[in-house]
Design a protein around this ligand. Structure first.
Ligand SMILES: C=C(O[C@H]1C=CC=C(C(=O)O)[C@@H]1O)C(=O)O
Ligand SMILES: [Mg+2]
Length: 441
């Protein structure tokens, strides 16, 4: 037995003992969680380690990885004790992970319905993000799931599996819409500009390879190339996974305090520092980009005010990512006591950073004219607990199944948009992940 296997089995044994003592104190069906502090365990390798185990024990599904933008919350979860088709309100030690599709109408993606939240069975979470040395394991109980079932699932966990470079060879690429269809779509949106001052149009780029894709390896590489973003991966069945490295926050709620942002307006990165600085300045002083962003800011502020929140905006700044930079206006709000996450999600999602304005006609335009189904791309993905909830806008995202990956990118169309430039913007937005998939690094 090698050292890693030995270490992992020690952790497993310790956790089983703790679960057994917990059931002596609280019965076979506890109604509160068990928290255990353990030594560091690498989360993506732990998730990857279950690739084979899920075939034998489907209770290990869903597998979810979640890291917030500040990287002070990182977790891996296995299994579910509840699956909900509505937005939950958490009390006590309840915790939910999940999300909403881009919009409720239209055909749904398999495994990714209009709304899906789960309360996980087992969560491994980094405890002290600064040192990365201590982790905690949370076993969730709701009075209906047994300690024995948690022990069984824990026993079926395999040891963490080392991450590997991305090796599959690219076979095909297909853009939907293609470049000509895109030009027609943008032209149509511009014809409608009196009715639709802004609509975000998007594209699906499917790339297929000669071998199956390991999503955990892919997440590790994408995450590395794209820090300062959310990183998440949700797998509800062994057939497909949805993943994202999104720079955009829908909202963070801490008690009744909200942190959000208007993130829209894009320019590429410069080849050197001087060009980068010039591009950054032009992002801050560009009429069309300001229009794109301002519509989002106005929408968020107006909708928070409808919930009777007190809202303040900070001056715009530039968010720099590996291949693009965005205009960002930070927004804070104080909510009334009775505002719930479901109210926030219904009011804010989808913002005109991914939908448009006015909201419903823009969504209708997208539904009627985009030649593919967005599903969870541009949806809202996050976690809910009593005192804190955090949601990301699921852009810079991908749907992975077997040998193929669907990548998504959108661009806000306003007066002054030019189809050719917006097509280039789509390419820039998927450049980070394409560089990894095409092995150009
Ligand atoms: C819709 C996307 O980006 C949004 C967020 C930032 C900048 C955007 C833009 O400049 O068009 C988009 O509104 C996407 O990446 O798929
Ligand atoms: Mg744009």
């Amino acid at each position: 037995m090698n050292q890693d296997t030995y270490q992992f089995q020690l952790i497993q044994d310790e956790l089983i003992q703790q679960l057994q003592s917990f059931s002596i104190a609280h019965g076979q069906y506890p109604d509160k969680n068990l928290n255990v502090v353990i030594n560091a365990i690498p989360l993506l390798p732990l998730l990857k380690g279950q690739n084979i185990a899920i075939e034998q024990d489907p209770n290990l599904l869903p597998r979810i990885y979640w890291q917030n933008k500040e990287q002070n919350k990182t977790l891996a979860s296995f299994g579910a004790i509840e699956k909900l088709d509505h937005i939950p309100k958490a009390t006590n030690d309840e915790f939910y992970l999940g999300g909403l599709a881009f919009q409720q109408q239209g055909e749904q993606w398999q495994d990714f319905p209009a709304t899906l939240f789960i309360r996980p069975l087992i969560v491994f979470q980094v405890l002290q993000q600064t040192s990365q040395q201590e982790y905690k394991v949370i076993f969730h109980f709701n009075g209906r799931n047994s300690v024995q079932a948690s022990i069984n699932t824990l026993k079926s966990l395999n040891i963490p599996h080392p991450l590997a470079p991305f090796t599959p060879q690219l076979l095909t690429r297909q853009d939907t819409p293609n470049k000509d269809q895109w030009a027609d779509l943008v032209e149509l949106a511009i014809e409608y500009k009196a009715l639709l001052p802004k609509v975000v149009l998007s594209r699906q780029t499917e790339v297929c390879f000669d071998a199956p894709i390991d999503t955990w390896d892919m997440m590790a590489l994408w995450q590395q190339a794209n820090p300062n973003s959310f990183h998440y991966l949700l797998q509800f069945s062994s057939q497909r996974s949805f993943m994202s490295c999104s720079p955009e926050r829908l909202f963070l709620r801490q008690q009744q305090q909200i942190t959000t942002e208007a993130l829209a307006g894009t320019i590429n990165r410069g080849r050197d520092q001087r060009e980068d600085e010039l591009l950054l300045q032009s992002l801050l002083n560009h009429k069309k980009i300001d229009r794109e962003n301002h519509i989002v800011q106005e929408f968020i502020v107006a909708n928070l005010k409808q919930l009777k929140a007190q809202v303040t905006c900070s001056p715009a700044h530039v968010m720099q990512l590996q291949n693009v930079q965005h205009l960002c206006v930070p927004i804070k709000a104080q909510l009334t006591k009775d505002t719930q996450d479901s109210h926030l999600l219904h009011k804010l999602h989808p913002t005109p950073a991914v939908g448009g304005i006015p909201k419903l006609p823009a969504l209708q335009f997208i539904n009627d004219n985009e030649p593919y189904n967005r599903g969870w791309y541009a949806g809202a993905v996050g976690c809910i607990s009593e005192h804190e909830s955090d949601f990301s806008v699921a852009i810079r995202s991908a749907l992975v199944s077997e040998n193929c990956i669907k990548l998504f990118a959108g661009a806000g169309i306003v007066t002054g948009s030019i189809a050719e430039q917006e097509w280039q913007e789509l390419d820039n937005k998927i450049q980070t992940i394409l560089t990894i998939l095409y092995r150009l690094y």
